[in-house]
Design a protein around this ligand. Structure first.
Ligand code: B12
Length: 363
C-alpha cells in the first residue's frame, strides 16, 4: 500500500493548520450541536451561514463544524442521552447543512474520483464529507452514497474510468465485504483508497486487505491525493491470497451458521442467566440484536484474524448496555455458550477467551 508521498514537514504543517482551523471552528461546532440537540433545522442552517460569514473556510465548516457536531451525536447516543430518533434527526439536519454549503464547480478539474460506501454500509455521511472535501480541492467527484453493491460499483468504474475509487466503511463487520469490493475494483485497473472507522485508527486493516491507499480523515485523504494518486494495482488476485488463514474455514463456518449460533445462545442463556426469563419483549429483542452483532463481530475478527476487533466490540457493547441500565453480565455466559458450540475452532476459541478476559471485572 502506498504511503503519502508528501514530506514530513508538509504533513506537520498541514496538521498544524488543521488543528488551528479546528480550534477556530470549535465554538461554531458547539452552536451547531445545540441546534441539533433541539431538532432545530433552521437554527442549524443559521449557524453554518454565520460560521462562513465569520471567515471560516468551507472545508473547515464541513469538517470541523458539521463533522465535529456529528461525531458528538455518536458520543451522546452511546451514553443514552440521545435516542435513535434524535440521532436520525440530527443526521438528517447535518445532511441538509452539508447540502447548503457553497461548493462551486472546479475551474480546472484535477481528475475524477468515485466515492462510495461498501455494500451493507449505511454510514453515508462520513463518505459524503470526504466527497465534498475532494470537490472543494478541485476533483470531479461521483458520490454514490451508502451501501453500493459491488457488482454495480464495478460496472460504474468500467463506464467512468476514474483515477481512483474511495471506499468508505464505518463498521468492522463490513470488512469482508470491503475486501471483496477492493479486489474487484482493483481488477478493473482502478486504484482503491479506503477509509472510515472500520479500517482501524492506524489503517492496519486497510493494509491487510491490500488497499492501495488509506487516510484517517478527509483532509489527509485530500492531501495525499493532491500529492499523487496511488499507483495502478498489480495483477488481479483472490481475497484468500491476502489472508491465507481463511483456508481454515473458521470464518466461513461462523458466518454461515450465524442464525443457528444465535438460536443456540438464546436458548442456553435462559438456563445460565435466569434473570432473562423476566425480560420484556423489548428487552428480549434488544438482547437478540446484541447477540447477533456479537456473532457478526466474531466473524469479522476471524476474517481479519484480529482478536482486537472482537474484544473492542465486546467492551463497547458492555458500555452501551450499562449506559442503558441493562445488565451486561449476560455477556460472559453468552461467550461461554459460543465457545461450547465452536469447540473445534481454535482461532474462534482464542478470540472468545480474549474477549471474555477483556470484559470489565465488574461484569
Ligand atoms: C449517524 C450514524 C448512523 C446513521 C448513519 C446515517 C448516515 N447517513 O450516515 C445510521 C442510523 C444509519 C446508523 C446505523 C448504525 N450504526 Co451508526 N453511527 C452514526 C454516528 C452517530 C455518526 C457517523 C458519522 O457520520 N460520523 C461523523 C464522521 C465525521 O465520522 P468519521 O468516521 O470520522 O469520518 C471521517 C473519516 O472516517 C474519513 N473517511 C470516511 N470515509 C472515508 C473513505 C476514504 C476512502 C477515506 C480516505 C477517508 C474516509 O473521512 C471522514 C471525514 O473526515 C456514529 C458515531 C460516530 N462518532 O461516528 C455511529 C456509529 C458508527 N454507528 C454504530 C452502530 C453500532 C450502528 C448500527 C449497527 C446500530 C444498530 N444497532 O443498528 C447501525 C449499522 C448500520 C449499517 N449496516 O451500516 C457505532 C459503531 C460501533 C462499532 N463498534 O463499530 C457508532 C460508532 C456509534 C457509537 N457511538 O458507538 N448509524
Amino acid at each position: 500500500m502506498s504511503t503519502s508521498p508528501d514530506t514530513p514537514a508538509h504533513r506537520i504543517g498541514a496538521r498544524a493548520q488543521a488543528s488551528e482551523d479546528a480550534a477556530r471552528a470549535w465554538p461554531w461546532a458547539e452552536k451547531l450541536w445545540s441546534a441539533l440537540r433541539s431538532w432545530d433545522e433552521y437554527g442549524a442552517l443559521d449557524v453554518v451561514e454565520s460560521a462562513l460569514d465569520s471567515g471560516l473556510d468551507v472545508e473547515s465548516v464541513l469538517l470541523d463544524v458539521i463533522g465535529a457536531a456529528q461525531h458528538h451525536v455518536g458520543i451522546e447516543w452511546a451514553a443514552d442521552r440521545m435516542s435513535v430518533a434524535d440521532e436520525h434527526t440530527a443526521t438528517a439536519i447535518n445532511e441538509r447543512a452539508v447540502a447548503a454549503l457553497p461548493i462551486p464547480r472546479p475551474e480546472n478539474e484535477r481528475g475524477r474520483i468515485v466515492v462510495a460506501c461498501v455494500d451493507q454500509e449505511w454510514h453515508g455521511l462520513p463518505a459524503r464529507l470526504l466527497a465534498e472535501t475532494l470537490k472543494l480541492r478541485g476533483w470531479r467527484v461521483d458520490y454514490l452514497g451508502a451501501q453500493v453493491p459491488t457488482g454495480h460499483l464495478v460496472g460504474r468504474l468500467h463506464r467512468s474510468r476514474p483515477d481512483v475509487v474511495c471506499l468508505s466503511s464505518s463498521l468492522p463487520t463490513r470488512l469482508p465485504v470491503a475486501h471483496g469490493a477492493i479486489t474487484a475494483c482493483q481488477a478493473t485497473g482502478v486504484p482503491v483508497m479506503v477509509g472510515g472507522a472500520a479500517f482501524g485508527h492506524d489503517g492496519r486493516y486497510a493494509r491487510s486487505l491490500g488497499a492501495d491507499g488509506w487516510a484517517p480523515q478527509a483532509r489527509a485523504a485530500a492531501d495525499q491525493l493532491a500529492a499523487g494518486i496511488p499507483a495502478r494495482p498489480a495483477a488481479p488476485r483472490l481475497t484468500v491470497h491476502d489472508l491465507p488463514h481463511l483456508e481454515d474455514q473458521e470464518y466461513t463456518y461462523v458466518s454461515f451458521s450465524a442464525s443457528r449460533l444465535l438460536a443456540y445462545v438464546l436458548d442456553g442463556l435462559e438456563e445460565r442467566f435466569p434473570a432473562m426469563r423476566e425480560y420484556s419483549v423489548h428487552q428480549r429483542d434488544r438482547t437478540e440484536e446484541d447477540l447477533a452483532q456479537i456473532i457478526d463481530f466474531l466473524a469479522a475478527a476471524l476474517y481479519m484474524d484480529e482478536p482486537d476487533i472482537f474484544s473492542g466490540f465486546l467492551l463497547w457493547t458492555a458500555e452501551i448496555l450499562e449506559a442503558r441500565h441493562v445488565p451486561a453480565r449476560s455477556l460472559a455466559p453468552a461467550l461461554d455458550l459460543l465457545a461450547e458450540d465452536l469447540r473445534d475452532f481454535p482461532r474462534a476459541l482464542v478470540m472468545l477467551d480474549a474477549g471474555k478476559r477483556n470484559l470489565p471485572s465488574a461484569i
